[in-house]
Design a protein around this ligand. Sequence first.
Ligand code: GLN
Length: 553
Amino acid sequence: MPNAETRYVFVTGGVVSSLGKGICSAALGALLKLHGYRVRIRKFDPYLNVDAGTMNPYQHGECFVTDDAAETDLDLGHYERFTGVNARKTDCITAGQIYQEVIAHERKKGFKGATVQVVPHITDAIKSKLQEDTTDTDFVICEIGGTVGDIEGLPFLEAIRQVRNDLGSERTLFIHCTLLPYLETAGELKTKPAQHSVKELLGVGIQPDFMICRTTVALEKPERHKLAQFCNIHDNRLFESRDAKTIYAVPKMLHGQALDIRVLEYFNKPAKSHISLKAWDGIVTSLTDPNRDCITVGIVGKYTKLPDAYKSLIEALQHAGIHHNVEVKISWIDSGKSPEELRQKMDQCQGILVPGGFGVRGIEGMIDAVRYAREKNVPYLGICLGMQIAVIEAMRNIGGSNLADSVEFHRDKEREIEPVIALLSEWAKDGIIESRGIHSDFGGTMRLGAADCALNPDSKIAQIYDATVITERHRHRYEVNPHYCDELAKLGVVFSGHTQHETLPAIPEIMEREDHPWFIGVQFHPELKSRPFEPHPLFASYIAACLQNERLL
Ligand code: GLN
């Protein structure tokens, strides 16, 4: 049953993409939370992929994973980091998912012979998803992906138009994010594109109540007046979103214009007379302090040309930097480049990190990077693929097993390998033991979402986490092959964390090197749980080790 008290704030975007409507949604969520409200932030993505799991990170950026195993858009990561509220499967809704469900229902004769149409069947499905799982929620902030005018977005706009009719303006609010370009030659901010995008919205029956304008300069009276007049939006419901030095400055910027107060006023909900943004100020001051020490972490991976592919990782490193009051610079090192080029770049870094990834391209460069970090005592953090690579490196370069490899890189079995990283045929998902094979479907066959990991009490990792059982999020298909664990132990590899399951054997999840000052590989993705106010312990410890390394280099 939908919660009859929940209010819905819809955030649309106009003129161009990448306006930061995800950040504005996240910032509003953070502010409403400070006023004491329970907030969820949802994303409607109009693309036809069922989820973000199969999308190329080069096109779409990182695939964010929730505790409950949804593979989502990277905006969900921002929502979590800004609000501290863990996103759920129900917070990421794609057109693909909606169509899949509606068509599956039709195949089962669920519509009893009716002609299945976008309106009302798809729009009804969108409306019911919107209101699902809201029992514990005062406000759902719902961002509509894409830009007004996109053909794919129409069913979503139609659905939210209907929601306004169904629930009334007491429970729904439309915020439109738009761009005001500044024309240098005219010395003017131009409002026309914004007016046009509001017209476009009006064309589908939506009159925005509030508008957030992305600008590079201040929004002065004449432009405010124009926008208010031509877009039918009251002057005090127009907000500017200036380019900020860091995304973490946005909550304060919007609070400075009383966005949160106006939203609560609109809904007739009490606002606190004062909310403290001290914690946000601290983050911004730290991130923009020019006098901070600076270290460089070399990220050796294959999507290095599009940092969005590693969004949460970058954030987690920044959070740890805030914690130590140090600027963490990232040197993007393409693992496909020549060994000389890799070495030259790594020589400039205080720490090496091999992040998650898929496929065989660039693997040899990653193995070289691990070797470099191991031999030169440079702090090494391997995440998911980065852990698997560290295991392969030990087998090859210390153990002399040149054929050591991951099954992932030899799916066609073109040559014999020593499968030190393998596909385990059985895995527990939602308490059920699942079987999978090398050619199983890509979507949905991965080990995904939060799972417990038991730590050896006397290990470095247990010290770092100050715990013996941790919960981290996963997104991978392959595992360390337990068959090789004894051999790896002889090569200095310590497996200090394992899966725990009643019936299935424990699988190694964390590796350390006993002969190295800081060398840790983890099979999960700790970066997904780092928060600006609460740096992840593993990243905090890694950055501390990098800081010490300045003296070693
Ligand atoms: N490709 C590896 C696997 O599927 C690692 C995945 C990752 O790094 N997220 O197991």
